[in-house]
Design a protein around this ligand. Structure first.
Ligand code: HEC
Length: 313
């Protein structure tokens, strides 16, 4: 709980530092609400269980609501069960989450603020901006109606082995489909339980399917980056607050599709930054609270002028 609280704060700070991100006091679905729901709600409202007929692991499900209808009324937190049920007292039978600690006031306030601000789920924006450039090209060339930009790159990629996905979910790993057919996945390992080696073995078994990977706050370090390097389709990688350093970063060179890398709060130095120059497709890099220097950033920026580097004080 406490750990998560600080994680939220860190995320908010990073958002605050991002030139393209929202203002520091804006709560976004991707950065705040989605991780919160994944951590506290999706064990009962996710791919494997849908208590109350409700899934909260993707925008389309959140919009669909539960067996009693809509759970979010944009602009009206008090009328939105997604918020209203989280502020009930501990002994209320309807309180959410139904097990474990209550959400903190800070967390429920964030949900309220997000709903008050319109409960925007940035899925389209994210797809437009973050889906690999190749996908956009295919969609335009086909002259197709607007489609999920991930569907174009999902073509030819076999669906992930359901038993592997199930085993991952059993360890608390959150697996969300990016393409409509769920061949391309967003995998969040943070907050899962079990042995790191077991998790890496599972990731390896669905390697082509993993487009986005979130390892923030996990026990991975340089050694484990050898496994991550096998995920050739990876476009987004979160390594915040892990033991990963320069040696680990240098291993990732086979992830040639990487567009987003976050090494906030790691030991990465200027030497690690140098290694990143080979990632020609890299668009966003977060190096806040690392050992990199302004000189190191300037050097990388020079060789990669198009790269947006987000660094803190
Ligand atoms: C341990 C399991 C569990 C967790 C964790 C959990 N819920 Fe639930 N939730 C339930 C159950 C069971 C129901 C159905 C209750 C009923 O029908 O009486 C439910 C129903 C709901 C409903 C009403 C759906 C409807 O249409 O009736 C909402 C909204 C909801 N949960 C939100 C949340 C949120 C938000 C979280 C995380 C903060 C959460 N839940 C976490 C078990 C859980």
């Amino acid at each position: 709980m406490r750990l998560f609280g600080s994680c939220i704060a860190a995320v908010a700070l990073i958002v605050g530092w991002s030139p393209v991100g929202a203002a520091a006091d804006t709560v976004t679905y991707i950065d705040t609400i989605k991780p919160l729901l994944a951590l506290r709600c999706c064990s009962c409202h996710g791919a494997s269980k849908q208590k109350g007929g409700l899934r909260l692991d993707a925008p389309e499900w959140i919009t669909k609501g539960g067996k009693n209808g809509a759970v979010v009324v944009p602009g009206k937190p008090e009328d939105s069960p997604l918020y209203a049920l989280t502020i009930l007292p501990m002994d209320d039978l309807d309180v959410m989450p139904q097990k474990g600690e209550l959400l903190t006031k800070e967390q429920t306030d964030r949900i309220a603020q997000w709903i008050r601000d319109g409960a925007v789920m940035e899925i389209e924006k994210v797809e437009e901006k973050k889906a690999p450039a190749a996908a956009a090209t295919v969609a335009t060339a086909a002259g197709a109606k607007p489609v999920n930009a991930f569907d174009a790159i999902a073509i030819g990629i076999p669906a992930p082995d359901p038993s592997v996905v199930k085993a991952m979910e059993a360890m608390g790993i959150v697996v969300t489909g990016l393409s409509t057919n769920r061949a391309l996945l967003d995998v969040t390992v943070s907050h899962s339980h079990g042995e790191t080696a077991d998790k890496l073995r599972l990731l390896d078994r669905i390697a082509p399917n993993i487009l986005w990977l979130d390892l923030r706050g996990t026990t991975v370090g340089d050694v484990q980056m050898k496994s991550i390097a096998k995920l050739g389709n990876l476009t987004r990688l979160h390594l915040e607050r892990t033991a990963v350093g320069d040696a680990g970063i240098a291993q990732l060179t086979s992830c040639t599709r990487l567009e987003y890398l976050n090494v906030y709060g790691t030991k990465v130095t200027d030497a690690g930054l140098q290694a990143l120059a080979v990632f020609k497709g890299l668009k966003q890099l977060y190096v806040w609270q690392t050992a990199v220097t302004p000189e190191g950033i300037a050097a990388l920026q020079k060789s990669m002028p198009g790269l947006e580097i987000v660094a803190g004080p």
